[in-house]
Design a protein around this ligand. Structure first.
Ligand SMILES: [Cu+2]
Length: 363
């Protein structure tokens, strides 16, 4: 697309942002709806910009892919925030970066917008966790101007609000996310060692280079193929060959597992599916008492960009299962993760960063 046209669109959005900017300064509207019957939890998010690796060195991405990202607490995604329904969550957003950042919560739980936090600044405010379920949070950039870039660069995460009554389960945090990389020449070519940055032209034409799981393409997929084996994550493959499953999702055969699946997009839907498994979908809530139940023992569930879903599954027999975005374009770009059902699994052997504080642990 012509750069002048893109600049024109950006300018138009900027004007809209300025017109509506008073709305983005944090709203007191919902304070009257507060139902603070629980405890107050404190969460600090540190916004920054940094270079991160977003794809392993493999045949799809020779040399691996480095990217100039934007992050909360140093990683894509930002940390999972967990609370019990009725709790208050006191957030502090500290900006250690060079540009304005902010926060936009989709939890519908109080003052959901932080307003701008400039470089070197810090801001604290409180939300009420009145709605059970899984929700999405992301940077809102400067009054929404540039929000598409800050999301595409990795500034997002998930909030889990446990309902009053919830079956115990082994729980995991899983965040997808697209990368639009100015330096990426495509599958099998990569960036030739260059660290790329956000490419608005690719975003506008829906041409994602990668679809990551928890910050990296094929982060949890050691290899693909049986007769012909193609390594996708060589480090993970070596780990598996040593008999070390530290960075794998491990579950006991037959145990209930609960997956908080977040789709930051910024553009595409996820068609979530477990290969070799069935899913229950437990979005929403009944006045905070229970998670809802939209789908029982079915196959694939749509998660729109800007949303999160609660997926439950059991993996009845020992072996390998694979969570995927069943869009094959996305699978090739990284949107899959292996799950190993093994009797050796324990309650707390989650891959780093994927443990979600349980309802019991939050008491
Ligand atoms: Cu930001």
């Amino acid at each position: 697309m012509n750069k002048a046209i893109i600049a024109g669109i950006a300018a138009g959005i900027l004007v809209v942002g300025l017109v509506f900017s008073p709305l983005f300064n944090g709203s007191p509207l919902t304070s009257a709806q507060a139902d603070h019957s629980g405890v107050t939890r404190h969460v600090t998010l540190i916004a920054d910009e940094m270079e991160v690796q977003v794809a392993p060195d493999n045949a799809l991405h020779p040399g691996g892919i480095m990217y100039n990202a934007m992050v909360f607490n140093g990683t894509i995604p930002g940390p999972v925030v967990a609370a019990n329904v009725g709790d208050a969550i006191e957030f502090t957003l500290t900006n250690e970066g060079d540009v304005i950042h902010s926060l936009d919560f989709h939890a519908g739980i109080g003052d959901a917008l932080s307003g701008n936090v400039g470089p070197g600044e810090s801001k604290t405010w409180t939300l009420q966790a009145n709605t059970a379920g899984a929700f999405y949070y992301h940077c809102g950039a400067d009054g929404l101007f540039g929000v598409w870039e800050h999301i595409a660069n990795g500034m997002y995460g998930g909030i889990v609000v446990h309902p009053q009554r919830e079956a115990p389960a082994k729980e995991f945090y899983m965040v997808f996310g697209e990368i639009y990389n100015s330096a990426d020449k495509g599958l099998f070519e990569g960036t030739e060692g260059e660290t790329g940055s956000f490419d608005v032209g690719k975003l506008l034409s829906n041409d994602a280079d990668l679809v990551m799981t928890n910050g990296m393409a094929h982060k949890y997929v050691p290899a693909i193929g049986q007769a012909t084996q193609v390594p996708l994550n060589p480090d993970l493959l070596a780990e598996m060959q040593r008999g070390d499953l530290t960075n794998f999702f491990k579950v006991k055969p037959g145990e209930l597992t609960r997956w908080y699946i977040v789709n930051p997009g910024p553009n595409d839907y996820i068609a979530f599916h477990f290969i070799n498994g069935m899913i229950d979908v437990r979005d929403g809530n009944v006045r905070g008492n229970f998670l809802g139940r939209q789908m029982i023992q079915d196959e694939t569930w749509t998660i729109p960009p800007g949303s999160a879903s609660v997926i439950e599954a059991t993996f009845p027999v020992p072996g390998l299962y694979v969570g995927v975005d069943h869009n094959m374009n996305h699978v090739l770009r990284g949107a899959a993760f292996a799950v190993v059902a093994t009797n050796d699994a324990t309650e707390d052997d989650h891959p780093p960063g994927t443990w979600v504080p349980s309802k019991a642990s939050l008491k």
